[in-house]
Design a protein around this ligand. Structure first.
Ligand code: ATP
Length: 433
């Protein structure tokens, strides 16, 4: 266990040191459990999101995307049940006022912060963030930041159907921020109050075999994990009757063995027509689908796979982290690495080397994100690029200019250093991506 906690500390420290993730508002003493993605973190996060969008939207005929507003009409949350049900059970220490999730601690034990044994009764705490629309802050102007991205895909179902002309089965995908006033956030970016989700609502004919679709999506989620380089430390947990939401006939939690314990990474649920029927009732607008063959009208059922972006990034880093005697490196899948290539002139004070390296750098930048480094010696540059997961380092040396027009391409994982012709460099790297 000590070793594992150590791994988490190493990841947090590497993230800060190399510009992946910084503590939020740090110069003002921070803001509890808020984190900002830095220059490399934003690249890694965007790469994860783009890979997901490509896999699940662009490469499929049966999927379309949306990008909805964060603030929605409060009736959405009444219909979805979030206003009445989106609660966590909470207790407060009467002595030091520390608050805890009642389902995560032994409420008969002493308070972990002050050691007194004085918890309140369990209270229900609604996790939605409130704000006010417009200049008057009263009940009528109260709105909520979305606690999940899912609902807009139901609320816009009719518009999507009318404009995209998709036929069942088909899905809608969305990526974006969600906000939850978590009682006990923590474990770095695992649980924060502002985070990003990637969700799909996959609509099916209620007469279809829903379990076949469910199994299919479970497989898709496993395939996705391979894209992240995550094939170990996973557990697929069937949620038993009685613990699932009442409208769900099947839910599987995809859990990961984090250094701080086995916890949820993603979820997959069969939600029936719960959401569409609630929104249809509450809005008074028909959300029915008309079968083009039979003209039958009905509410589709839905399978919902859901992914957290931040947890995706965390497990990607945990799985990629490697230590060797002389180096630390991130064995990131090349597609996800913030930089695909780094280009170096062997010596920074030799004009011919620098200008040739600049030429290569500027050419490669048209195709992928490329780093430039001319500090220190080549060994130090390798060390530095390894630590941020750059899969290839290209060095321009005297032979490049005087002899063979070739460069050394050093491989992050194998440390091999083949010579490659400058004209073939782009395709060589593309081939490895
Ligand atoms: P948990 O049990 O960990 O609170 P949940 O079951 O409430 O998660 P969902 O409502 O299913 O989570 O949300 C879908 C996904 O969004 C989760 O699988 C997770 O990846 C991500 N997620 C949920 N809450 C947070 C959070 N507070 N911080 C970061 N990611 C989150």
């Amino acid at each position: 266990m000590a070793e594992n906690t150590d791994l988490m500390d190493k990841i947090v420290s590497l993230c800060k040191r190399r510009g992946f993730i910084f503590p939020g508002s740090e110069i003002y003493g921070g803001l509890a459990n808020s984190w900002d993605y830095g220059p490399l973190g934003v690249e890694l996060k965007n790469n994860i999101k783009q890979l997901w969008w490509k896999r699940f939207v662009h490469m499929r005929d049966d999927m379309v995307g949306i990008d909805a507003a964060l603030l929605m009409n409060p009736k959405v949350w009444e219909a979805s049940g979030h206003l009445s049900e989106f609660n966590d059970p909470m207790v407060e220490c009467k002595n030091c006022h520390e608050r805890y999730r009642a389902d995560q601690i032994d409420t008969n034990a002493p308070c972990a912060k002050c050691g007194k044994k004085a918890f309140t009764e369990v209270m229900q705490f609604n996790m939605m963030f409130k704000t006010n629309l417009g200049p008057v802050a009263d009940e009528k102007s109260t709105v909520y930041f979305r606690p999940e991205t899912a609902q807009a895909m139901f609320v816009q179902f009719k518009n999507i159907l009318d404009t995209s002309r998709k036929q069942l089965p088909f899905g809608v995908a969305q990526q974006g921020k969600a906000f939850r006033n978590e009682i006990t956030p923590g474990n770095f970016i695992f649980r924060t109050r502002e985070f990003e989700q990637m969700e799909i609502e996959y609509f099916i004919n209620p007469k279809d075999n829903w379990n076949k679709h469910f199994e299919y999506w479970l497989e898709q989620m496993k395939e996705w994990l391979k894209d992240l380089g995550v094939t170990k430390n996973l557990e697929f947990v069937e949620i038993p009757d009685g613990e699932r939401a009442h409208y769900s006939k099947r839910t599987v939690d995809i859990e990961y063995k984090y250094p701080f314990g086995q916890k949820e990474l993603y979820g997959l649920a069969y939600r029936g027509d719960f959401d569409l029927s609630r929104h249809q009732k509450m809005s008074g607008q028909s959300l029915e689908y008309t079968d083009p063959q039979t003209n039958e009208k009905f509410l589709p059922h839905v399978i919902e796979p859901t992914w957290g972006v931040d947890r995706s990034l965390l497990v990607t880093l945990l799985e990629a982290y490697r230590e060797e005697e002389d180096r630390v490196y991130l064995s990131l899948p090349p597609k996800l690495a913030p930089y695909k290539v780094a280009v170096f002139p062997l010596l920074k004070n030799k004009e011919q080397l620098v200008s040739k390296a600049r030429e290569i750098y500027n050419d490669l930048r048209q195709y992928f994100n490329v780093a430039w480094d001319d500090r220190g010696n080549v060994g130090k540059r390798y060390y530095s690029q390894d630590e941020i997961g750059t899969p290839f380092c290209v060095t321009v040396d005297f032979d490049t200019i005087e002899k063979d027009g070739m460069v050394t391409v050093r491989n992050r994982d194998t440390k091999e250093q083949p010579r490659v012709k400058i004209e073939e460099l782009k395709n060589y790297i593309l081939g490895k991506l």
